[in-house]
Design a protein around this ligand. Structure first.
Ligand SMILES: Nc1nc2c(ncn2[C@@H]2O[C@H](COP(=O)(O)OP(=O)(O)OP(=O)(O)O)[C@@H](O)[C@H]2O)c(=O)[nH]1
Length: 403
């Protein structure tokens, strides 16, 4: 019996020792490194290029928002916040520059472009002997500046007479003489205010006309700024339905100063848009309605008739206070022919000479007033928003002859 017990004990001890050895050796063995996880290879996303369409995944049919399961909060998956769409701030209303003294402010542009006229005349007049040749040169300078034949002769005669009476001349005296004679030509008696305050009831109605590309839309926009600067409220009528971008262009001008634009479909009837603009101006109690019309060649009878119709339709509601003819000063004498035809179709009451900053032909101011008997009321002296100035003869002549 004892032998059996002993044998069992020995067997247990031997088994225990063997088991311990095996476990111990397992503990000491370093574990082999785990096999590297198979890399999840996906093609790198290609950089999108400007104009690329965003692709929809091809294997997933499109789902509507109702079909998309929202993750329930219990899964612990972080729910991404929807992106916050920032509201665009409303277009900021600009405060246009005051209109008073704009021409003086823009004088440098005028003098730069008109230098040849004033400086040339002064140089010639300063010659010791003013012989016939010199007077002819003076005439040439005036004609080159598009003053026109009759006004040129008047000016030369006037100067000749006064220089003779004066005898010896100082530069200051000559400048004074020339200034007076030029002022006579430009005219100081015209009423150059843009009529926007009707005697009976509001609003004042202004229509802007002219051939293509003279600057009508730009001028209408700038004029809205002039009026807003003077404290008036404005409605714009985009009756240029011919040029696709014209209504947008006008509306942008309007938005900048808080003026509403009445517009219609592209290619629509300009007369009905003009009518609606005046109607709206009346309804909201605006001070002025400015109507921009499409550019048209004075030689196209059909288009000129259409312009007459726009005027007549507007006048069913109230008479027009101003019909402004926009002339591009760089076209010089060609503008006169246009002016004549436009004046026949719609009574022109004022002239806007644009692009005077880019031409030495400032004499056109004189010529066009003579041609129509209508004053230049505004001049465009650049592409900037406030580069439209009420025309002031003194400031204009001073810019021509310099200080
Ligand atoms: N330098 C200069 N450019 C001007 C002036 N006035 C207008 N322009 C430019 O002339 C170009 C034509 O102006 P718009 O106002 O589009 O001409 P538009 O008469 O309405 O043109 P249509 O509708 O096609 O007949 C634009 O580039 C204007 O910026 C100005 O006084 N000086």
């Amino acid at each position: 019996m004892e032998t059996v017990i002993l044998a069992v004990v020995i067997a247990v001890v031997v088994l225990g020792v063997l088991g311990g050895l095996v476990v111990g050796s397992r503990r000491k063995k370093p574990l082999p490194p785990p096999p590297p996880a198979a890399p999840d290879i996906t093609a790198p996303p290609a950089e999108p290029h400007i104009g690329d369409e965003a692709e929809t995944p091809r294997d997933e049919p499109r789902r509507t928002i109702e079909e998309v399961d929202l993750p329930d909060g219990s899964t612990g998956v972080a729910v991404e916040e929807p992106p916050v769409v920032e509201e665009l701030p409303p277009t900021e209303i600009e405060v246009p520059e005051p209109t008073a003294g704009r021409l003086v402010r823009l004088r440098a542009r005028l003098s730069r472009s008109q230098n040849a006229l004033g400086k040339g005349l002064l140089t010639l007049l300063s010659r010791e002997h003013l012989d016939d040749d010199t007077w002819e040169e003076i005439e040439d300078i005036l004609l080159t500046a598009d003053v026109g034949v009759a006004p040129t002769q008047e000016l030369v005669e006037g100067l000749r007479e006064r220089v003779k009476v004066l005898g010896t001349r100082t530069p200051e005296e000559l400048r004074g003489l020339l200034r007076e004679e030029l002022l006579k030509l430009v005219g100081t008696d015209f009423d150059r205010t843009v009529k926007t305050e009707p005697e009976t009831s509001k609003p004042g109605i202004v229509m802007v006309v002219g051939v293509n590309g003279t600057g009508k839309t730009t001028t209408t926009g700038k004029l809205a700024r002039v009026l807003v600067a003077d404290g008036r409220s404005v409605v714009l009528g985009a009756a240029d339905t011919f040029r696709a971008a014209a209504a947008d262009q006008l509306q942008t001008w309007g938005e900048r100063v808080g003026a509403h634009t009445v517009r219609g479909p592209e290619g629509g009837d300009p007369a009905s848009i003009a009518f609606d603009a005046v109607k709206e101006g009346k309804e909201i109690g605006a001070d002025v309605v400015l109507i921009d019309t499409a550019g048209r060649l004075h030689t196209k009878t059909g288009l000129m008739d259409e312009l007459g119709k726009v005027k007549r339709v507007v006048e069913k509601q109230a008479p027009l206070d101003e019909v402004l003819l926009v002339l591009d000063a760089t076209t010089g004498q060609n503008g006169l022919v246009q002016a004549r035809v436009f004046a026949e179709v719609v009574d022109i009451t004022g002239i806007v000479l644009t692009k005077l900053d880019g031409t030495a032909k400032g004499g056109i101011v004189v010529a066009v007033q003579r041609e129509l008997g209508v004053p230049v009321k505004l001049v465009g002296l650049g592409e900037g928003a406030d580069d439209l100035a009420p025309f002031e003869p003194e400031a204009f002549v001073d810019a021509l002859i310099g200080d």
